[in-house]
Design a protein around this ligand. Structure first.
Ligand SMILES: NC(=O)c1ccc[n+]([C@@H]2O[C@H](COP(=O)([O-])OP(=O)(O)OC[C@H]3O[C@@H](n4cnc5c(N)ncnc54)[C@H](O)[C@@H]3O)[C@@H](O)[C@H]2O)c1
Ligand SMILES: O=C(O)C[C@H](O)C(=O)O
Length: 344
């Protein structure tokens, strides 16, 4: 363990945001030295609901210790600890965590699909899931590593094999799709994106991303092909712009921090906290689709209530049908991977 430091809050925090003394919330970031991991850790350090921030990354050398030391100087009350890239470092990072965020893995380059990341990221996520199942079996696991449609089922299979699977505590983070949808709509409508509430269902890649404009205050946007393309392929815009240097990191950090904040709010008793997220869902299980993103009410036990997709426009129904076809294959790929490659 290194760089264990306490940063003291020297600024007054607003009452509305301060967590009460009984709420001890350790949040762990696996992949904390990466493009997402660093700004995500920064945003979590700024969140007064987080009392302890555990940073872990496989990358050796000074990067992770540097990130941990740097962030630990920020004058908010949480304690920041960076952990060695060893099995015992990983176990210590995980122990006692309420939330574990996993942005570990490789990002896309131009010309790749998220599924092209599977061969590398599946085993990374599998091995981190094993460590989490052993050291933090009751934590909320937030999977960011792509392809999310397959990595979430991988985590579920590992937790099942270890006998600690709780479907209410496993989440694929699809918040970036919601963030993008509200931003892109605001650009068209000249509105404040904060006021745009767009539900996005399905999964997190291409045609599995299904925005429901019919349920927003702009039903006229159903059928806007350019907008649909931007929401479904927003990730590609960033991959193209970064031209080989990676994919979305800063907007993803914001989205991951927002989802973690929602979970912490709900855990600390706030009612009515709802986020679309990719979870073990009853909605289409009879069609062989075990995971699906829809609006989920969060609570102290993780998933409180999974909401139905509601009434869809005929065009959206077609998008949902296409989504389900891909999603089913993506989910199966994750399940089969663990069966055939259980790891050590
Ligand atoms: N869910 C989403 O909406 C979303 C959005 C953007 C990116 N992503 C995905 O997030 C992942 C990370 O993206 P990035 O841009 O941060 O990549 P990055 O390469 O910048 O960072 C990944 C980090 O993970 C670390 N890592 C790799 N294997 C590890 C292991 N076994 N244990 C701990 N750490 C490990 C690396 O050392 C690196 O620091 C990618 O798979 C990307 O596709 C998902
Ligand atoms: O596009 C990617 O590969 C990263 C991420 O899934 C995104 O939506 O930005």
């Amino acid at each position: 363990m290194f760089a264990a430091r306490r940063a003291f809050a020297g600024v007054a925090q607003s009452r509305a945001f301060s967590a009460s003394a009984r709420d001890l919330s350790k949040v762990t970031v696996l992949g904390a030295a990466g493009g997402i991991g660093q700004p995500l850790s920064l945003l979590l350090k700024l969140n007064p609901r987080v009392t302890e921030l555990a940073l872990y990354d496989i990358r050796g050398g000074p990067v992770l210790p540097g990130v941990a030391a740097d962030i630990s100087h920020i004058n908010t009350k949480s304690k920041v600890t960076g952990y060695d890239p060893t099995p015992s470092g990983l176990a210590s990072a995980l122990k006692g965590a309420e939330i574990v965020l996993i942005p570990a893995g490789v990002p896309r380059k131009p010309g790749m699909t998220r599924d092209d990341l599977f061969n590398t990221n599946a085993s990374i996520v599998r091995d981190l899931a094993k460590a989490a199942a052993e050291s933090a079996p009751e934590a909320n696991i937030l999977v960011i590593s792509n392809p999310v449609n397959s990595t979430v089922p991988i985590v579920a299979e590992i937790f099942k094999a270890k006998g600690v699977y709780n479907p209410k505590r496993l989440f694929g983070v699809t918040t970036l799709d919601v963030v993008r949808a509200s931003r892109f709509v605001s650009e068209i409508k000249n509105s404040d994106p904060v006021d745009e509430n767009i539900t996005v269902i399905g999964g997190h890649s291409g045609v599995t991303i299904v925005p429901l404009f019919s349920q927003s205050s702009h039903p006229d946007l159903v059928g806007n092909a350019e907008l649909l393309q931007r929401v479904q392929f927003g990730g590609d815009e960033v991959v193209k712009a970064k031209d080989g240097a990676g994919s979305a990191t800063l907007s993803m950090a914001m989205a991951g921090a927002r989802f973690a904040e929602s979970l912490l709010k709900a855990a600390q008793g706030q009612k009515g906290v709802v986020e679309p997220t990719f979870v073990d869902s009853p909605l289409y299980k009879d069609e062989g689709i075990d995971f699906f993103a829809s609006k989920v009410e969060l609570g102290p036990n993780g998933v409180e209530k999974i909401m139905d997709v509601g009434k869809l426009d005929a065009q959206e129904q077609k998008l949902l049908d296409a989504c389900k076809e891909d999603l089913k294959k993506n989910i199966k790929k994750g399940v089969v991977f663990v069966a055939e490659n259980p790891g050590k």
